[in-house]
Design a protein around this ligand. Structure first.
Ligand code: ATP
Ligand code: MG
Length: 576
């Protein structure tokens, strides 16, 4: 689907969340709007989370309400304070502020415990001695019938399902006290083992796990399950609209059941489509594996779809927010073309970013008639989109670096750059004419190009401009600063990395060309002063950002994104 089509489809999707909220306010169901963003601190935020959190914050703002940041941290094995810090930093970077509304589900353990006791007393929860495996088997699974339509035959009651309230209260208290080994007992909601929705077949509410929690340490050895914790945490905070991604839709009846049976504030769950982006994967489990197996350099590797990866790649919060507003809040899951995200980025950077010149694959250009040792400082425009950004002086000399690609000894048809006899404009400088090239005597490789210049063409004006079809970039050899450049491509060549054949491990399909390092490139002197996160357009090469790996003596630049390169396509056709 083309980008225009994607935008179209999404704009046409009804804005069902806003409509539902308007109805709720009109009917008096709620007096205000209060949302929350509930990350689990077990990984760094990716752009899918950015979608969720921008919906939570934007909807609250639109309706004059509030949005809480709540860490859903009730799974001690995988959670860590380092994730909490990373999540908070990335939300702020994206431009959202939860002010003083920072909450932790782990602060609600006592409250949740009391609600569990309440359910036991109402005869709505029981302590079960079945193992996890037995619980799964008793619950049953969906099976195909003779017409190949899946249905779920009724499950089987646990033999412990009818324990008395007194016995359940006693056992649950002793679970908390640590009298039973891990995994030997659970607390389950008593709902319906024949319910067509498997989620409603007596879901587990608590399990015994002697794992220290990053905030509560060893205070608890029983931990609440997500489906029990989440609605009740929402209720505790007075969340009116609990917005979440579509996979929670089948959990909604359970969400409502816990709220109703616990007799707490009636939060309402509404689902929206998950964001899926082409050529990457938005699943914390996948991203964690990429980090743990060293396939990428970390959560903030510029190839990662994490917010910190995108930031290090050179993305701006404005570009990401623009992208999120364009994709809107569709109700059905779809795959969004990563080119749309890239398009939003180009639009934003084009307006803001300083132009400079740098040469990635240097070839020496010698101007034979240039006065020996002469240096001229010529004016270069900082951003043609924004005259307010002014101009700068760059040194021009008789020895320059140009790109290897900008010279061809035997030019292909329609090649308008340097070749013997042809003229090109050196950006902001002079027009030069190629006279010859020098070659390495053993490899035959071109090592230098000789040209002559016409002093009357300073600033790039030719007596007959129409003859000069190309403008190329350059840096002065004597003044250029050495830089390292890292070029990136999509993390996966496949549009849908999930669609690997069953016998293929997806991790083996990571694009081997996704990172290409150019250790020795040259840039104009200005870049010696770059600070991490500073962004530039390298003329003709794309947008680049200074990486934190930079040192005083060598700056490192990540290519954020290329400019649109029509030549490359043409060249491909011609060389086929
Ligand atoms: P996990 O598998 O660990 O639960 P998760 O990606 O769902 O991973 P959470 O921390 O639970 O991580 O997510 C926080 C919020 O972000 C949830 O409300 C979830 O619905 C939402 N979310 C996660 N992934 C996406 C996505 N790709 N698109 C939109 N929303 C998402
Ligand atoms: Mg989740």
């Amino acid at each position: 689907m083309s980008n225009e089509n994607i935008v179209q489809v999404i704009e046409e999707a009804s804005d069902f969340i806003r409509d539902a909220i308007k109805e709720d306010l009109a009917s008096g169901r709620y007096k205000e709007v209060h949302t929350r963003f509930p990350p689990e601190p077990n990984g760094w935020l990716h752009i899918g989370h950015a979608k969720a959190l921008s919906i939570d914050f934007e909807i609250a703002k639109e309706f004059g309400g509030k949005c809480n940041l709540r860490f859903d941290d009730t799974n001690p094995e995988k959670e860590d304070v380092s994730y909490v810090e990373a999540i908070k930093r990335d939300i702020r970077w994206l431009g959202y502020d939860w002010e003083d509304r920072e909450y932790y589900a782990s602060d609600y353990y006592e409250y949740l415990y009391e609600l569990a006791v309440k359910l036991i007393k109402k005869g709505k929860a029981y302590v079960d001695d079945l193992s996890d495996e037995e619980i799964r088997v008793y619950r049953g699974t969906a099976v195909p019938d003779k017409n190949n339509i899946t249905y779920t035959p009724p499950g089987k009651d646990s033999p412990y399902r009818n324990r008395s309230v007194e016995e359940n209260l006693d056992l649950f208290e002793r679970m908390r006290k640590g009298e039973f080994p891990d995994g030997s007992k659970t607390l389950r909601a008593k709902i319906d083992m024949a319910h067509p929705n498997l989620v409603m077949r007596d879901p587990v509410m608590y399990r015994i796990r002697r794992v220290p929690h990053y905030r509560t340490g060893n205070t608890w050895c029983i931990y609440p399950m997500y489906d029990f914790q989440h609605p009740l945490s929402d209720a505790k905070e007075g969340i009116t609209h609990s917005l979440c991604s579509l996979e929670y839709e089948i959990h909604r009846p359970l969400y409502e059941w816990f709220i109703r049976e616990c007799e707490v504030f009636p939060s309402r769950q509404i689902e929206f489509a998950r964001l899926n982006l082409s050529h990457t994967e938005l699943s914390k489990r996948w991203l964690l594996r990429l980090v743990q197996e060293g396939v990428v350099a970390g959560w903030d590797d510029p190839r990662m779809p994490t917010l910190s990866g995108l930031r290090r790649r050179g993305y701006t919060p404005e570009a990401i927010r623009d992208f999120l507003s364009r994709i809107g809040i569709a109700k059905t899951n779809s795959l969004v073309d990563i080119q749309l995200l890239e398009h939003c980025l180009r639009e934003d950077l084009n307006k803001k970013v300083q132009r400079v010149m740098a040469v990635l694959k240097p070839l020496k250009l010698i101007i034979d008639n240039w006065p020996q040792g002469h240096v001229e400082y010529i004016d270069a425009v900082n951003n043609p989109e924004d005259p307010g950004m002014g101009t700068r002086k760059i040194p021009f000399t008789g020895e320059l670096y140009i790109e290897q690609d900008d010279f061809m000894e035997n030019p292909l048809p329609k090649y308008y750059r340097l070749y013997p006899g042809n003229q090109v404009r050196l950006r902001y400088g002079y027009i030069v004419q190629c006279v010859s090239c020098e070659k390495d005597s053993t490899t035959g490789e071109v090592v230098a190009v000789h040209c002559t210049y016409d002093p009357a063409t300073r600033g790039g004006n030719a007596p007959d401009n129409s003859k000069v079809k190309s403008t190329i970039h350059w840096v002065s050899c004597a003044h250029a600063v050495p830089i390292e450049v890292r070029l990136y491509d999509h993390l996966f060549e496949s549009e849908r990395p999930r669609d690997v054949p069953p016998d293929v491990d997806w991790i083996s399909t990571v694009n081997p060309q996704s990172l290409q390092v150019i250790p020795n490139a040259w840039a104009e002197p200005l870049l010696a002063e770059s600070k991490p996160e500073q962004k530039y357009q390298f003329e003709r090469l794309g947008y680049f950002v200074c990486d934190p790996d930079s040192t005083q003596t060598k700056k490192v630049f990540n290519r954020t994104i290329t400019l649109k390169d029509t030549w490359a396509k043409l060249e491909k056709k011609l060389t086929k």
